[in-house]
Design a protein around this ligand. Structure first.
Ligand SMILES: C[C@H](CCC[C@@H](C)[C@H]1CC[C@H]2[C@@H]3[C@H](O)C[C@@H]4C[C@H](O)CC[C@]4(C)[C@H]3C[C@H](O)[C@]12C)C(=O)SCCNC(=O)CCNC(=O)[C@H](O)C(C)(C)COP(=O)(O)OP(=O)(O)OC[C@H]1O[C@@H](n2cnc3c(N)ncnc32)[C@H](O)[C@@H]1OP(=O)(O)O
Length: 382
C-alpha cells in the first residue's frame, strides 16, 4: 500500500482527526491511537485499521511515553485547540528537537494563531467563519450546513491528510519534518475556491438558494416521485438538458428558455408535476445510462445494491457486517486495503505497541502499576 511503513501516532479526538488517521491507515500507514484511560469507548467510530494505546497524558510519565513514541514515529496527529499540547510538554519544538524528521500535524478549528485559536467550536462554527455557510441553504430559509461534512471532513480531516502526504513527500528531499497547521476554517474556505474565483461569472448573483448550483435552477435540483422518493437532476449543459426534457415527456416549445432565470419557478412546477407521475424505479428505467444527468437519490440501505456501485465494489462489508464506503481514490498499483477487522477496544494494543517501540517488560509493568497506562484484557476472552 502507498503509505506502507509510515508510523503515525494519533491523539484521540472527535470527528476530523480520527477521519484523517483512518484515511492514512486505509492506505497502509501503521496508526496508533493514543486514548484516554477510562474512556468509555471510541466516540469517533472512525478507527478502522488502527491500534489503541491508553495513556494518561496528564501524568508526566505519560507525556514522556508519547515523546518516546514520537522519537520513532513519522507523523504525530493532534486534534486539540491551540495550547493543549504545549501544556503537556508535547509541543512541536520539544518533539522535533528529539526527532527532526517528525511531521507534526495540528488539526484544529481556528488554527494555531489568531484571536480564536484557543476557543471551542464545531463544524458549523468553522463553516460559518469561512464564509461558505452563508451560501448554503434553501431560498428564504436560514443558512443550513450539509451535515458536518465540509469543515470537519473535507476542509479538516482530508486537507490535513493531504498536508501530511505532501510533508512526507517533501521529507524525501530535505530529510526534515514540518509542522502542519490545518485550520478547518481555512480548509473549508480553500475547498470553496471555485465560489470565490467565479464571483464575476454571474453564477452567484441571486440570493441564496436561487442560483444555478445552489438548488435555484430547476434543472439542478431534486424532485419527489410518485412513491415519495427522490430523483436528482444535474442537466446543466444544453445537450443534456434536452435529454432531460425528452425523458420527462415534455415539449421544449411549452417550456421557457433554459437560462431564463425569471421563468425558473414556472419551469420547476412543470418538472415537479412530471416527476410526480412515475415512481423512482420507473424514472430509473427511463433515464438509465442516458446523458440526461438524472440519477436516483439513494438511501444508505439502497446504495451498496445499486448495480454501478456493485460492479465497482464501492462499498465494503466489515467483519461485523457493517457496510461502509471503500476508500477512494483507487490507486492502480497500490490500492488501499481497508481492514475488515472490528474496531480496537480502548487500550487493546497498549503492551504490543510499547514493546514495538522498544519498551522493556519491566518498564511496561511499572507504567501499569503507576496507572500511567491501561490495557484491555477483554481481548483475550473475545
Ligand atoms: C460536529 C462535530 C462533532 C461531532 C461529535 C460527535 C461525534 C459526538 C459529540 C457528542 C457525542 C454523543 C454523546 O457523547 C452521547 C452518546 C455517548 C455514547 O458513548 C455514544 C453515542 C453518543 C450519542 C455520542 C455520539 C457521538 O460521539 C457524539 C454525537 C465536530 O465539529 S468535531 C470538531 C471539533 N473541533 C475540533 O476538533 C477542533 C480542535 N479541537 C478543539 O477545539 C477542542 O478539542 C474541542 C473539540 C472544542 C473540545 O474541547 P475540549 O475542552 O473538550 O478539549 P481540548 O481543549 O482540545 O483539550 C483536551 C483535554 O483533554 C486532555 N487529554 C487529551 N488526551 C488525554 C489523555 N490521553 N490523557 C489525559 N488527558 C488527555 C488534554 O490534556 C486537554 O486537557 P486540558 O483541557 O486540561 O488542557
Amino acid at each position: 500500500m502507498a503509505l506502507r511503513g509510515v508510523k503515525v501516532v494519533e491523539l484521540a479526538g472527535l470527528a476530523p482527526g480520527p477521519f484523517c488517521g483512518m484515511v492514512l491507515a486505509d492506505f497502509g500507514a501503521q496508526v496508533v491511537r493514543v486514548d484516554r484511560p477510562g474512556a468509555v469507548g471510541d466516540v469517533s467510530r472512525l478507527s478502522r485499521g488502527k491500534r489503541s494505546l491508553a495513556v494518561d497524558l496528564k501524568r508526566p510519565r505519560g507525556a514522556a511515553l508519547v515523546r518516546r513514541l514520537c522519537a520513532r514515529a513519522d507523523v504525530l496527529l493532534e486534534p486539540f485547540r491551540h495550547g493543549v499540547m504545549e501544556k503537556l510538554q508535547l509541543g512541536p519544538e520539544t518533539l522535533q528537537k528529539e526527532n527532526p524528521r517528525l511531521i507534526y500535524a495540528r488539526l484544529s478549528g481556528f488554527g494555531q494563531s489568531g484571536r480564536l485559536a484557543t476557543v471551542a467550536g464545531h463544524d458549523i462554527n468553522y463553516l460559518a467563519l469561512s464564509g461558505v455557510l452563508s451560501r448554503l441553504g434553501r431560498s428564504g430559509e436560514n443558512p443550513s450546513p450539509p451535515l458536518n461534512l465540509l469543515a470537519d471532513f473535507g476542509g479538516g480531516g482530508l486537507m490535513c491528510a493531504l498536508g501530511i502526504v505532501m510533508a512526507l513527500f517533501e521529507r524525501t528531499r530535505s530529510g526534515k519534518g514540518q509542522v502542519i497547521d490545518a485550520s478547518m476554517v481555512e480548509g473549508a474556505a480553500y475547498l470553496s475556491s471555485f465560489l470565490w474565483k467565479t464571483q464575476n461569472l454571474g453564477l452567484w448573483d441571486q440570493p441564496r438558494g436561487k442560483n444555478l448550483l445552489d438548488g435555484g435552477a430547476p434543472f439542478y435540483t431534486t424532485y419527489r416521485t410518485a412513491d415519495g422518493e427522490f430523483m436528482a437532476v444535474g442537466a446543466l449543459e444544453p445537450q443534456f438538458y434536452k435529454l432531460l426534457v425528452k425523458g420527462l415527456g415534455l415539449e421544449s416549445e411549452n417550456l421557457p428558455p433554459q437560462m431564463s432565470v425569471a421563468e425558473w419557478p414556472e419551469m420547476r412546477k412543470k418538472f415537479a408535476a412530471a416527476f410526480a407521475r412515475k415512481t423512482k424505479a420507473e424514472w430509473c428505467r427511463v433515464f438509465d445510462r442516458t446523458d440526461a444527468c438524472v440519477t436516483p437519490v439513494l438511501t444508505f440501505e439502497e446504495v451498496a445494491h445499486h448495480p454501478h456501485n456493485k460492479e465497482r465494489g464501492s462499498f465494503v462489508t466489515d467483519g461485523e457486517q457493517g457496510v461502509s464506503p471503500r476508500p477512494a481514490p483507487l490507486l492502480s498499483g497500490t490500492p488501499a486495503l481497508p481492514s475488515l477487522e472490528r474496531d480496537p477496544l480502548i487500550g487493546e494494543h497498549t503492551e504490543e505497541v510499547l514493546r514495538e517501540f522498544g519498551f522493556s517488560q519491566e518498564e511496561i509493568d511499572q507504567l501499569y502499576s503507576d496507572k500511567v497506562i491501561v490495557g484491555n484484557k477483554l481481548r483475550a476472552s473475545l
